[in-house]
Structure formats: C-alpha cells, structure tokens
Design a protein around this ligand. Sequence first.
Ligand code: GLU
Length: 291
Amino acid sequence: MKLVTRFAPSPTGRLHLGHAYAALFAAAQAATPAGRFLLRIEDIDATRCRPEFVDYILEDLAWLGLHWDEGPFHQSQRQEIYAIHFGHLQRAGQLYPCFCTPEALTQSRQQQVAAGQPPRYDGRCARLSPQEASRRLDQGEPAAVRFRVQTAATVAFEDLIRGPQRFETGSIGDFVIRRTDGTPAFFFSNAVDDAEMGITHVLRGEDHLSNTPRQILLLEALQLAIPRYGHLPLITGADGAPLSKRNGSQSLAQLRAAGYLPLALVNYLARLGHHLDAPGLLSIDALAAGF
Ligand code: GLU
C-alpha cells in the first residue's frame, strides 16, 4: 500500500514534545518500502512566522534522528497553487466576501455563547445581494472570503485513532478561506497541500479534530482526494492540561540543553499511549517497525 505522510509545523516558535510526537508517528507510519514522509513548513502567516524558526525545525528534527524523504516544502512559495483552487471554488459560486469586522465577530460569538449555542459565523454577509457586495468591494472595503457550508448535512469520517466521527454542518458555519490581507487561511492551504502532495495519512494533534470536517468539505468541493486522518491525544502536564509554558513544558532545544538524549526522548514518546511489543531502548527503525 502506498503510504505518504507528512509533518507540517508552523515556524512560529521552537518545537516542543507535542510536535515531536506527531512527527515521530508520521515518520514511523511511512517507514514501509513504498512509504514517503514529507516535511512541509506552514509559513503563510507572515505576522507570526519567522525564518529562524524554520532553521530550528530542521535542526531539531535532525537532532531527534527523524529524516524526511521529500521537502522541506514552503507554503509561502505555493501561492499560485492556492490561487488556482480558490478560483475553482469562486467560479462554482461557493465563496462570498465577508466584511464583518473582528469586533462584530467577537460580539456575535459572545451572544451565541451566552445563549448556549455553539459559536459559529451567523451568516450575515452570506445574505448580502451580489450588487451590494460588489459595491462594497469596489469602494475598497476590506473583506475576507468565506466558504458556503450547506446547512443540513453530516460529515462523517473514520478517525485512525478515535474511530467513527460525525459532525453536523449546521454547527460549523461558513468559514474563512482567504483572510482580509489576501492570504489563504489554514483550513484551505493545509487541505489543498495534503491533496496536491498526495498525502494518504494525516496524523496530527487532537486540537485539529474540529478542523477536519471543514477540510473534508473543501476537498469534496474541489473534487480532490481526501486523506485518512488520525488525531493524536495531546500530551498533558501533571495538571492534566495540554502541555504549555504554564505547566512547565520545555522546547526540544531546552530538553537537549538539559542533557536529554534524543533516542531517550523518542523512546519515551513512542511508548506514550502506544503499545510496542519489544521492550527496552529501541532504535528509530525498530520503533517504526513495531508501529
Ligand atoms: N501547521 C499546523 C500545526 O502546526 C499543521 C497541522 C497539521 O498537521 O495538519 O498545527
């Protein structure tokens, strides 16, 4: 079976254990004769990404002993690809401009939460007439672009780790695929790249679980291949909360400086929430063989 996996970090900071966990399993899953493991740098958001973090990502992965077969690919250099797929959705009438300000969106979200409803876009710009929308665009009013989500459908998929998943589209709401500054939103570039790069299996943190139905809807609309998804549990600190600076999480660089050996970290991560038949300290190849 052809297996193509990837690790897709955003260079907004140093890698931590959660990143290493996702990267390790994605690399282990691809470690078959026909398998490939890709590295993709998700560096579209110029306000948060910094070039030095890209260097640190490569350095940290090399230190861990994780090798990628293809890449690194940089999303910042793939804007034309996103523009082509954006054009397909636009011509199919599945997009509309949204002029809502961040303040208006926050207010609407607060009202929904106060009313005990799931927060989602209330659809006010979906109801603008095409004339009104073009007039406001012509006047240069800043606009994001939203993807129209059908209201009464179900998105179902079989998560590789969590089993069957179902999401009602009514609780998703139309979501932004192009930001006001013209850059593609995460949902869009991430899903398009997985399809364009032939990714068959996406392993990523559970914090992305609610993004998956949106990405499946986009890939369906674009008639692109949908990968299989597996959402890894988040590693928590002693307080039960996901690892963060607040509960003492350290970056891989800090752990390295503290004297931890890479193979020890990798073995620790490989046995966290995952059973391996072989006991003892294993090489990365042996860990991958038992995955
Ligand atoms: N850039 C995203 C992140 O670092 C990628 C998520 C994914 O693996 O799809 O969270």
